[in-house]
Design a protein around this ligand. Structure first.
Ligand SMILES: CC(C)(COP(=O)(O)OP(=O)(O)OC[C@H]1O[C@@H](n2cnc3c(N)ncnc32)[C@H](O)[C@@H]1OP(=O)(O)O)[C@@H](O)C(=O)NCCC(=O)NCCS
Length: 385
C-alpha cells in the first residue's frame, strides 16, 4: 500500500526526459507469450506517435522516485456499433494501448492505477465504451482487463503479416487496378462500409492524413465504375497507411525455424537468383511497414481481386526504402482473410479485443454487443496500429 502511495500517475509531458524514459521502458518490456515471435516497437524519439493521429488522445505515465515505471496510451473517436443484426448506432469509444510496467515493478498495482486513470479520462470525455486489444495468450493483460476491470471478450480478429521480398509479383492482365481520389474513396467507404463494425465516423480524416498513401480499387478489365455510383460486377478496394514513417519494428526474438528460413532464403537468393525465391528481409534491424486498411470486396470474382490488390501493394512496397512487411487486420470469421497473403510465423490469427461499457445506461447494450454474432467485417483503424 505504502508503495502504491508513492507512485504518481501524471500526463506524459513530451520533454526530453519523458521521451527517453518511455522509449527505454518499451525496450525493456516484451509483450506476449514467450514462445512466439516478438516484435519491438521503435518510436524514433516520439513515443506518442502511435496515438497522435487520433482526434483525441492521452498518454499517462507512472512515476516512482523520478523514474518512469509505467505508461499507458488512449485515444477517442466515434465509430459504428451494432446493437442487433439490423440495428446500428454511433458510439464514442476509447481505445487503450501501449500499457507497460517495468518488469521489476510489476504486481504492485501500477498497471491497474494507469488503467483506472485512463478510464477516468475517458469518462470525463463522454466515452461510451472502452476497448483494448491483446494477444489471447497474454495472461497478465487478459487477467488485468477481464478479471479485474470487468472487460468482456468481444472479437478475435486476425492480424495478417506478409514479408516484402525483392521480386515483384506479376499481376493478372485481366485485372484493372486504379488509384482513386480521396473524395471518391470517402464516398465508397461511406456507401459500402459505414455499417461495418468500428467504422470510424471521421473516415475523411483518416484518408486525408499524410500517412495514408492512397486508396486503390480492382475490377475485371473491361468493366468500370460508373459516374452515377454504379459499381462493376466484382470489385475490391483497400487503402494503404505508411506506419513505417512514424515507428519501426524490430524482431526481438524468434524461433529457430524462423532464423534458419530467413538465413537460407537469403543465401539461396544470392546464389540462385533465377529461382526467384522470396528473399526475406533481415528483421533484426528496425524496419517500416505498410498497413492495409478498409479492405472490402463485392462480387463473385472479388477474392482474386483482393489478392491482386495485395500483390500491387507488395510491389509498391518493394520500391520503398525500408518497408519490409505488409500488415492488415480483419475479422476472424471474415472469409476475406483467405485471400490475403500472410506469413504464419509473424501473423496472429486470434488477436483478442475486449470491451467495457463506461456509462450505466450502456451496460445492457454492451451485453447485446458482445452477444451478437460478429458481423462479417470489422474496420481496423490504421491510427490504432
Ligand atoms: C500487463 C502489465 C501492464 C500488468 O502490470 P502490473 O503493474 O503488474 O499490473 P497490476 O499489478 O496492476 O495487476 C493487476 C492484476 O492483473 C493480473 N496480473 C498482472 N500480472 C499478471 C501475471 N503476470 N499473471 C497473471 N495475472 C496477472 C492480476 O489479476 C493482477 O491482480 P492481483 O495482483 O491482485 O492478482 C505488465 O505485466 C506488463 O507491462 N506486461 C508487458 C506488457 C504487456 O503485455 N502489456 C499489455 C499489452 S495490452
Amino acid at each position: 500500500m505504502g508503495f502504491e502511495m508513492s507512485v504518481i500517475i501524471r500526463s506524459y509531458d513530451g520533454g526530453q526526459s519523458d521521451r527517453a524514459q518511455v522509449e527505454d521502458l518499451e525496450r525493456r518490456c516484451e509483450v506476449g507469450p514467450a514462445e512466439r515471435v516478438f516484435l519491438f516497437t521503435d518510436t524514433m524519439g516520439d513515443p506518442i506517435c502511435r496515438i497522435r493521429n487520433s482526434p483525441m488522445y492521452k498518454m499517462l505515465v507512472a512515476e516512482l522516485d523520478k523514474e518512469l515505471v509505467g505508461v499507458i496510451q488512449g485515444s477517442v473517436k466515434v465509430v459504428t456499433v451494432h446493437r442487433h443484426d439490423d440495428h446500428m448506432d454511433l458510439a464514442r469509444v476509447g481505445y487503450i494501448l501501449g500499457l507497460r510496467v517495468a518488469p521489476v515493478h510489476r504486481r504492485r498495482g501500477i498497471g491497474s492505477s494507469l488503467v483506472r486513470r485512463l478510464e477516468e479520462w475517458f469518462i470525463a470525455n463522454d466515452v461510451d465504451y472502452a476497448y483494448m486489444a491483446t494477444e489471447k495468450g497474454n495472461e497478465a493483460s487478459v487477467k488485468l482487463f477481464v478479471n479485474k476491470f470487468g472487460y468482456s471478450k468481444f472479437r478475435t480478429p486476425a492480424i495478417l503479416v506478409n514479408p516484402v521480398h525483392n521480386h515483384p509479383f506479376h499481376i493478372s492482365s485481366n485485372v484493372e487496378i486504379q488509384k482513386i481520389k480521396i473524395e471518391e474513396a470517402e464516398s465508397l467507404y461511406r456507401k459500402f462500409m459505414a455499417a461495418m463494425e468500428f467504422f470510424p465516423h471521421d473516415i475523411d480524416n483518416v484518408l486525408r492524413n499524410r500517412l495514408s498513401l492512397g486508396t486503390w480499387v480492382a475490377y475485371p478489365r473491361g468493366e468500370s465504375f460508373g459516374s452515377n455510383g454504379q459499381v462493376p460486377s466484382s470489385w475490391a478496394m483497400l487503402s494503404v497507411w505508411n506506419s513505417g514513417e512514424i515507428f519501426k519494428l524490430r524482431l526481438g526474438k524468434a524461433p529457430l525455424s524462423c532464423l534458419i528460413y530467413t538465413k537460407s532464403s537469403r543465401l539461396m537468393d544470392k546464389f540462385f537468383p533465377c529461382l526467384k525465391l522470396p528473399f526475406l528481409p533481415n528483421f533484426f534491424h528496425p524496419f517500416g511497414f505498410y498497413f492495409m486498411y478498409g479492405v472490402h470486396r463485392e462480387g463473385p470474382m472479388s477474392g482474386k481481386l483482393v489478392r491482386s490488390l495485395c500483390q500491387f501493394v507488395h510491389n509498391m512496397a518493394t520500391k520503398s526504402k525500408d518497408c519490409k512487411v505488409i500488415v492488415t487486420e480483419v475479422a476472424g470469421d471474415d472469409t476475406l482473410r483467405h485471400h490475403i497473403p500472410r506469413w504464419r510465423l509473424l501473423s496472429c490469427l486470434e488477436d483478442l479485443w475486449c470491451m467495457k461499457a463506461l456509462k450505466n445506461e450502456e451496460r445492457n447494450t454492451l451485453h447485446e454487443l458482445t452477444k451478437t454474432p460478429p458481423t462479417r467485417a470489422l474496420f481496423v483503424d490504421p491510427r490504432e496500429v
